[in-house]
Ligand binder design. Structure first.
Ligand SMILES: [Zn+2]
Length: 258
C-alpha cells in the first residue's frame, strides 16, 4: 500500500506548530512505518512507507503528523491489529501485573477510599488485580477495546494511565479527556518515557520511537509540563517513565511525592 492509499499525510518541509506548545517544529528525522520499538524482536519487513517526525524547537516534543487524518478504525486496522501483540509482548500480562504491584504498594493505605479509573487500560488485568488486592473501586476504560469502551460516570480521585500518551495523535485533546474524569483533589498516575539527555546523539534510532508500536508522540519534561499545564495541572516525575499530574493532591497522599 502507498502513503496515499493508507491516508497518511505526506511530510512538508516547512515547520509546523508543535502539537503541545505551538513552537516551530521542523522535520527532524524519518523512519519506516513498520519500525517497532524493540527491533530485537522478530522485526517485520520494512514497508517502504516513510514516517517523518518533527521536533519542537521550544519544548523538544517529537511527533509526527502523518497519522493526523486517521480515524480510530484505521489505527485498529494498521497498528492495533492482530500482529500488534508481537511488537508489544508486555501488553497483555507483564506490564499490567507490574503496574498493579506498584499501585498497590504506593496506595495500599488508601485503598478503601480510592476511586480508581484505569484509562487506556486494555484488558482489565490491572483493575482485576487491584480489586483482588482490596481496592474498593477500580474500573477500566479503554475506547480502543470494545469490552471496556463504555464511558464511566462521575469523577475519580486516582486515574492511572500507563503507556498511553505516546500513542496519542492529539495529546492535548487526549489529556483533556483524561482530565474530565479527575476529581479535585485527585491525581493521574501515568507513564510515558521521556527523551533521554543524550537524545540528540540517539535521534531517530532511540528505541522508543516506533510507529509500528503506535509511538507517535515522544515527550520531554518540558512538553509534559506544557501539556498538563493547559488544564491547570502540575506534573512531577518519579523517574523518566512514571509521573503524577494533579491540580490538588489529596492531603493524605502528600508524603509520597516530593
Ligand atoms: Zn513544543
Amino acid at each position: 500500500m502507498s502513503l496515499v492509499e493508507l491516508r497518511l499525510r505526506a511530510a512538508t518541509t516547512a515547520p509546523i506548530a508543535c502539537k503541545i506548545c505551538d513552537g516551530p517544529s521542523a522535520l527532524y528525522g524519518v523512519t519506516d512505518l513498520n519500525r517497532p520499538c524493540d527491533i530485537g524482536l522478530k522485526a517485520p519487513a520494512l514497508s517502504g512507507i516513510p514516517i517523518y517526525y518533527r521536533r519542537c524547537a521550544a519544548c523538544g516534543f517529537l511527533f509526527t503528523d502523518a497519522f493526523d487524518d486517521w480515524e480510530i478504525s484505521e489505527f485498529k486496522a494498521h497498528i492495533y491489529n492482530d500482529e500488534y501483540l508481537a511488537y508489544d509482548p508486555e501488553y497483555e500480562t507483564k506490564r499490567p501485573s507490574n503496574n498493579a504491584t506498584w499501585v498497590t504498594k504506593i496506595w495500599s493505605a488508601h485503598k478503601a477510599n480510592v476511586r480508581l479509573l484505569d484509562y487506556g487500560g486494555g484488558n482489565d488485568l490491572l483493575c482485576t488485580t487491584l480489586r483482588a488486592n482490596g481496592f474498593k473501586e477500580a474500573i477500566t476504560y479503554d475506547p480502543m477495546v470494545p469490552e471496556h469502551a463504555l464511558q464511566p460516570t462521575g469523577k475519580f480521585n486516582l486515574i492511572t494511565c500507563f503507556e498511553t500518551l505516546e500513542h496519542l495523535p492529539d495529546p492535548i485533546e487526549g489529556i483533556g479527556k483524561i482530565v474530565e474524569f479527575v476529581d479535585d483533589p485527585g491525581a493521574v498516575l501515568y507513564s510515558t518515557l521521556i527523551q533521554p539527555d543524550d537524545f540528540n546523539q540517539k535521534g531517530m534510532s532511540w528505541w522508543y520511537v516506533g510507529p509500528r508500536n503506535g509511538h507517535i508522540s515522544i515527550f520531554t519534561k518540558e512538553a509534559l509540563a506544557a501539556a498538563w499545564g493547559k488544564y491547570g495541572f502540575r506534573t512531577a516525575s518519579f523517574n523518566d517513565n512514571l509521573h503524577l499530574a494533579f491540580r490538588t493532591l489529596p492531603e493524605s497522599w502528600r508524603m509520597q511525592v516530593k
